[in-house]
Ligand binder design. Structure first.
Ligand code: 5AD
Ligand code: SF4
Length: 450
């Protein structure tokens, strides 16, 4: 029997979770685990859960039920639940699904190897504490692993905003920013291992305020320092709150060549009444003016957003204002959801909008957002864009990369390699991807549309 054990991780939800799953795999590689693509024959199954979607906890319980057979045929199999459902449900998970051995909250992933050693043979291990120590620094001591040309780097976790619909402040805790120096060190290390693009991650990333020498740096200061890292070509950040878009960060979108022209800036609703009920602390007009200022700094920036329809109290007139705001902004890409009550959040206790109204509004909003996305994709046809190639495509000789505007671009060309940044002429658009060709002669880097 080989010494390596197999680890199957299933990840739900946001990019933060994708990044966390990588970190958990790294921590567990220290305990002899190697990742496997399927749960069959695994020695450990880990569900990295997300609490934001509707009936998230119920879905996890039924997903766990599907592993019953595997556990019956291999009693040594360890089953763990991580992420925001683990944080929110805690011990309840083990009560409802006794086959779960480990429950671990997002603040405790560095302890996963320890929890794994403690669990099994009927023994359980749970850690959903919010420790005081610096969790980022323990994470930074994890075993290193080579990545593709694009990597995520967590700079901030948690949120103090307490939007009335959102569980993040409860499951991820209050906002904590990692100091600048270890972020720069991690970025240099990533670049040495072939990374060309870094996406700075945080639930409320533009509220970043990390220690920097004797002072404190905001996100703009951090990005400016990262831009000085040789070999790092692209910087992105997600997700942001409108109220934390500071003047220096907006200006940086015009001044910093490495900062990519794409911004995910959720507004949630276009109605001031609903924004107030959501505790968003800004108006629709303030958001529109903010978008104008961002576009003044970087005219070609592609704006993305999140929307919730059917928030408690939302009328047809409120929803019409959301549609108007979408028309006014012109999104390149967006996510939209029906409101779903999260236990423990203020809005869950309020009178709910009927399901059919929610479904009807979501359909209308999604049609509009889709048409804007298609238009944004079509506008790229005929332009030349810079593409960072990230992986092989499905077709022979095909490569897939991302434009500066975060649009997926497919190119079939034998001269390409993963990690290349090349100028590509866009020849065709589809709703979710673009097709391009390398020009005969590579041109000087330029911006799309120039
Ligand atoms: N119901 C529906 N959508 C939600 N989101 C967060 N909480 C809820 C909820 N209770 C959406 C928001 C947020 C995105 C990550 O998920 O739009 O920006
Ligand atoms: Fe949740 Fe974002 Fe609001 Fe924070 S700002 S409470 S993470 S929706």
């Amino acid at each position: 029997m080989s010494d390596t054990k197999k680890l199957y991780i299933k990840t739900y939800g946001c990019q933060m979770n994708v990044y966390d799953s990588e970190r958990m795999a790294e921590v567990l590689s220290g305990a002899g685990y190697e990742q496997s693509e399927t749960p069959e024959n695994a020695d450990m199954i880990l569900l990295n859960t997300c609490h934001i979607r509707e009936k998230a906890a119920e879905k996890i319980y039924s997903e766990l039920g599907r592993f019953k057979g595997l556990k019956a045929s291999n009693p040594a199999l360890k089953i763990g639940v991580a992420g925001c459902v683990a944080q929110a449900e805690g011990e309840e998970i083990m009560r409802r699904q006794p086959m779960v051995d480990i429950v671990v909250g997002p603040q405790s992933y560095h302890r996963l190897a320890e929890l794994e050693a403690r669990a099994g043979g009927g023994r359980k291990a749970l850690d959903t504490d919010f420790p005081e120590e610096d969790k980022f620094e323990r994470m930074a001591r994890r075993p290193k692993m080579r990545r593709g040309p694009s990597a995520f780097l967590t700079v901030q976790e948690g949120c103090d905003k307490f939007c009335a619909f959102c569980v993040v402040p409860y499951t991820r805790g209050v906002e904590v920013s990692r100091p600048v120096e270890p972020i720069l060190a991690e970025a240099r290390d990533l670049v040495e291992r072939g990374v060309k693009e870094i996406t700075l991650l945080g639930q409320n990333v533009n509220a970043y305020h990390g220690h920097d020498g004797g002072g404190v740096s905001g996100l703009a200061g951090l990005i400016t320092q990262l831009a000085g890292v040789d070999g790092l070509e692209r910087i992105r950040y997600t997700t942001s709150h409108p109220n934390d878009m500071t003047d220096d960060l907006i200006a940086l979108h015009g001044d910093c060549e490495k900062l990519m022209p794409y911004l995910h800036l959720p507004v949630q609703s276009g109605s001031d009444r609903i924004l107030k009920a959501m505790n968003r602390k800004h108006t629709a007009d303030a958001y529109l003016k903010l978008i104008d200022r961002i576009r003044a700094a970087r005219p070609d920036i592609l704006i993305s957003g999140d929307f919730i329809v059917g928030f408690p109290g939302e009328s047809d007139a409120d929803f019409a204002q959301t549609m108007s705001l979408v028309e006014a902004v012109g999104y390149g890409q967006a996510y939209s959801f029906k409101y779903s009550p999260r236990p423990g959040t203020p809005a869950a206790e309020r009178d709910q909008v009927p399901e059919d109204a929610k479904a009807d509004r979501l359909q209308k909003l999604q049609e509009l957002l889709k048409s804007q996305q298609v238009a944004a994709q079509e506008r790229m046809v005929g332009r030349t864009v810079r593409v960072l190639f990230e992986r092989a495509g499905r077709l022979e000789g095909q490569f897939v990369g991302k434009s500066e505007h975060l649009q997926a671009v497919h190119v079939s060309d034998p001269n390409l390699s993963i990690g290349d940044v090349r100028t590509v002429r866009i020849v065709e658009s589809a709703p979710n991807s673009l097709a391009g060709q390398l020009p005969e002669q590579e041109r000087v880097p330029n911006l799309p549309g120039e």
